[in-house]
Design a protein around this ligand. Structure first.
Ligand code: PAF
Length: 288
């Protein structure tokens, strides 16, 4: 079982001690952080395995961050599976699990300092989740300051989160490398997500159209971004159980939608409601 730590002071001390003892024997002192909200699945385990390749001291944080939930999003209903998460982590090479309380992370009274994510945070996922990305970046900034990792590992599935975390690190000169791990998928192509557990069999089947649409777009991108979008729509739109929120091609450097004239690398992003469950996915495109 990995060592579970609940307080910031203790985590800092243990990471420091572990770094120092590795340094004394000429060992690997690199610290890698995998931030999570728990409800761990194979997608998270892929992040943890990648972390292990990047350094010897792996810290997995498990914290359901209240700040990134909107008033209409039910924080209390977010799956909390701590015992099962620890069980899953026991089979991985994790040095510390950091599982603070909300009080430990956001003690009161406080002056409420927050990270502001900038204009991209109000687009796409941010359009239906106001404040979500400010809350996400605030907790990521706190975790980076607490753990002081050399690298933090994120999953490509949350492309906008990755873009904004990378932007924060660049804009605020945070001394950390961001490593991005490809999305892990079901055999059907559906991106793994803790929300997939809410889908019944018919919905799971319908949800697979999202990735089918994205891969069809990858082939069609040789004919331009408009052709790529048409190819994805052709597979997603006929699914009655899939209610599309957005399907868009964005520039990888700005995360803004590209025009029909765009040529070069891009990312296609999709979000849809399947039943009551919101799903997101994305792939890279080479638009010609
Ligand atoms: O992707 C998540 O699980 C969360 O947004 C993160 C990065 C752990 C911050 O709470």
């Amino acid at each position: 079982m990995p060592e579970v730590i609940g307080t910031i002071d203790e985590l800092r001390n243990r990471v420091g001690e572990t770094r120092d003892s590795a340094a004394m024997v000429g060992g690997d002192t690199r610290v890698v952080l995998v931030p999570t909200m728990g409800a761990l699945h194979e997608g998270h385990l892929a992040l943890i395995r990648r972390a292990r390749q990047l350094g010897d001291i792996v810290v997995v944080s498990i914290f359901v961050n209240p700040l990134q939930f909107g008033v209409n999003e039910d924080l209390d209903r977010y799956p909390r599976t701590f015992a099962a998460d620890l069980q899953a982590l026991a089979a991985e090479d994790v040095t510390f699990v950091f599982a603070p309380s909300a009080h430990e992370m956001y003690p009161e009274p406080s002056n409420g300092t927050r990270v502001t994510a900038g204009p991209i945070a109000s687009l796409l996922e941010g359009a239906s989740r106001p404040g979500h990305f400010d809350g996400m970046l605030t907790v990521v900034a706190k975790l980076l300051n607490i753990v002081t990792p050399d690298t933090a590992v994120f999953g490509q599935k949350d492309a906008q989160q990755v873009f904004l975390a990378q932007s924060m690190v660049t804009d605020l000169n945070v001394r950390v490398a961001i490593d991005v791990v490809p999305t892990v998928r079901e055999a059907s192509g559906l991106a793994l997500s803790s929300r997939n557990r809410n889908l019944n069999e018919a919905q799971l089947h319908a949800a697979a159209a999202l990735y089918a649409g994205l891969t069809s777009a990858q082939s069609a991108a040789a004919g331009g971004s408009v052709a790529a979008l048409a190819a994805a729509h052709a597979l997603i739109d006929p699914q009655p159980l899939v209610k599309l929120d957005y399907l868009v091609v964005v520039h990888p450097h700005t995360f803004l939608p590209v025009g029909a004239e765009h040529v070069g690398p891009a990312r296609m992003l999709v979000a849809a409601l399947v039943g009551g469950t919101r799903l997101i996915d994305n792939v890279s495109l080479d638009v010609a």
